[in-house]
Design a protein around this ligand. Structure first.
Ligand SMILES: CC(C)(COP(=O)(O)OP(=O)(O)OC[C@H]1O[C@@H](n2cnc3c(N)ncnc32)[C@H](O)[C@@H]1OP(=O)(O)O)[C@@H](O)C(=O)NCCC(=O)NCCS
Length: 205
């Protein structure tokens, strides 16, 4: 899927941006391929820092593959400029599958051009089509609320050990999904986000 790049600030470097036949800058979204892995890791190290693996949300990602079909990339020509991945998680002690969105990262010099928005909207739509009901993430509410994400902690969701519960957010992709997830609460009213088994294949919804 190819989109025109949003108009950049006048002083922004054009760099090696791709252009279509009419000379308009474009970027293209493609499903993640194994060959893209080194470029994705380098991009994520740059925008989040190499210490990103210490974040609590990464505990859900160790030895668990990202969800095939929902992990997408954005390219300007041959250059990787954006990445989004989703991991499978469970709710209520394994009773219900859900998705953990992230990391979402855009190359620093390509931020603010609509790449993140397109990656978000495209993959959330695919997740809904694939039957997933609930997506969770740890991120900046100011950015994610535009896609419909809401604070998850007030609804009882808990990512054990996460020091920034105010950054835990969620979106329901179909009617009834939030109520179904909340119904899985324990005696304290908590719905704990659980890890998929090591090496396990992504759970189907
Ligand atoms: C944050 C990030 C994912 C946004 O992607 P992007 O391609 O730069 O953003 P877009 O061009 O799609 O911006 C969409 C909108 O979000 C706004 N926005 C961008 N970054 C934002 C932020 N950090 N907070 C709030 N709003 C933000 C844009 O101004 C734009 O607003 P508009 O629709 O009113 O024009 C990207 O800049 C990035 O990778 N940053 C570093 C890593 C990070 O912070 N990741 C997310 C936290 S987990």
């Amino acid at each position: 899927v190819t989109y025109p790049t949003q108009t950049a600030a006048p002083d922004a470097a054009i760099g090696d941006a791709a252009k279509d036949a009419a000379g308009v800058e474009t970027f293209t979204l493609l499903p993640e391929t194994p060959a893209a892995a080194p470029a994705i890791e380098a991009l994520l190290d740059d925008v989040f820092g190499a210490d990103r693996f210490g974040r609590v949300s990464y505990r859900y990602r160790v030895d668990v593959p990202p969800v095939v079909g929902l992990s997408w990339t954005a390219y300007e020509g041959q250059r990787l400029v954006g990445t989004i991945r989703y991991w499978p998680v469970t709710l209520g002690g394994g009773a219900m599958p859900a998705l953990l969105l992230g990391p979402l990262g855009i190359a620093r010099d390509r931020a603010g051009r609509g790449v993140g928005r397109r990656l978000m909207r495209h993959t959330l739509e695919l997740a809904g089509e694939q039957g997933y009901g609930l997506v969770l993430l740890v991120g900046d509410p100011a950015y994610y609320q535009r896609f419909g994400f809401l604070p998850a902690t007030p609804h009882g969701f808990l990512m054990p050990g996460e020091p920034r519960p105010e950054k835990l957010q969620m979106i329901a992709l179909r009617p009834g999904a939030l109520a179904a997830a909340k119904a899985l609460h324990d005696a304290k009213g908590i719905v704990t986000i659980g890890r998929c088994q090591s090496g396990g294949q992504p759970l189907l919804p």
